[in-house]
Design a protein around this ligand. Structure first.
Ligand code: PAF
Length: 291
């Protein structure tokens, strides 16, 4: 089992002594002195483990944080039922993580709430943010706190949460945070469904229907040669044919600005999709090139 640390003070001390050990061994420039953070909310699946494996490949000290952050859940969202499985998570991290930071809510937010938050900006009110007001402010606030607590050289995020990746990158640039963001491709089930901690909410018929999201993206991507409208139409048709899937948004965005692209767009883009399957909200995305 990896070592588990629950307080900020102890985490800082453990990271500092690991760095110091590396320095004393005369390897301060070698990867062993690098600290790589993988922030998670636990309920670890193979997608998370892929992030941790990539963190391992970067070399150095791998810290995985496990914290279900109340600040990024809105009223009526799944904060209470969000899966919590620390013991299983720890066994899955065996041999992959050096340190697990699993603080309590009281440790992260001792005053019960935070007055000071990171504001995610205008892109945060689009797509996921339109359905989940305040979500990205809460997410960036905890990510900024984790960066300050762990002081990682590299932090690893999954492309599955494309808007999150964009906003974290923007925060790092805007606030000059001394960390490099590494992005890992989405891991999928054999039928294409993107791995997500929320997939476990799906009953068997919802699980069968949920594959429509990745199928829609594949159908859209196959139409890239015909322009962005054709991509949206093809993807939309797949969702419309699956009555159990209620589309929230389907949009093609510029990877730099994260704003929707127009019909004449050329170059790289990302197709984003979100839909409700029963009471479960799922998201997915695919990179598309319009040449
Ligand atoms: O992607 C997640 O699991 C969360 O949004 C994160 C980055 C761990 C912040 O709570």
């Amino acid at each position: 089992m990896p070592e588990v640390v629950t307080t900020i003070a102890e985490l800082r001390q453990r990271v500092a002594s690991a760095r110091e050990l590396a320095r004393r061994e005369g390897s301060s420039d070698a990867p062993v002195s690098r600290v790589v953070l993988v922030p998670t909310m636990g309920a670890l699946h193979d997608g998370h483990l892929q992030l941790v494996r990539q963190a391992r490949d970067l070399g150095g000290i791998v810290v995985v944080s496990i914290f279900v952050n109340p600040l990024q859940f809105g009223p009526g969202e799944d904060l209470d039922r969000y899966p919590r499985s620390l013991e299983t998570d720890l066994s899955r991290l065996e041999g992959l993580a050096d340190l697990v930071f699993a603080p309590s809510v009281g440790e992260m937010y001792p005053a019960g709430s935070v007055e000071t938050r990171v504001t995610a900006g205008s892109v945060a009110s689009l797509y996921e943010g339109a359905s989940r007001p305040g979500h990205f402010d809460g997410m960036l606030t905890v990510v900024a706190k984790l960066f300050n607590i762990v002081a990682p050289d590299v932090a690893v995020f999954g492309q599955k949460d494309a808007q999150q990746v964009h906003l974290v990158g923007r925060m790092v640039r805007d606030l000059d945070l001394p960390v490099t963001i590494a992005v890992v491709d989405t891991v999928r089930e054999s039928d294409g469904l993107a791995l997500s901690s929320r997939n476990r909410y799906l009953d068997p018929s919802e699980r069968a229907a949920a594959v429509a999201l990745s199928r829609a993206l594949a159908a859209g991507s196959a139409m890239a040669g015909a322009g962005t409208d054709a991509v949206r139409t093809a993807a939309g048709a797949v969702i419309a044919a699956e009555p159990a899937v209620k589309l929230d948004y389907l949009v093609v965005v510029d990877p730099e600005t994260f704003l929707p692209v127009g019909e004449g767009h050329s170059g790289p883009a990302i197709a984003l999709i979100a839909a409700r399957v029963g009471s479960t909200r799922l998201i997915d995305n695919e990179r598309i090139s319009f040449d």
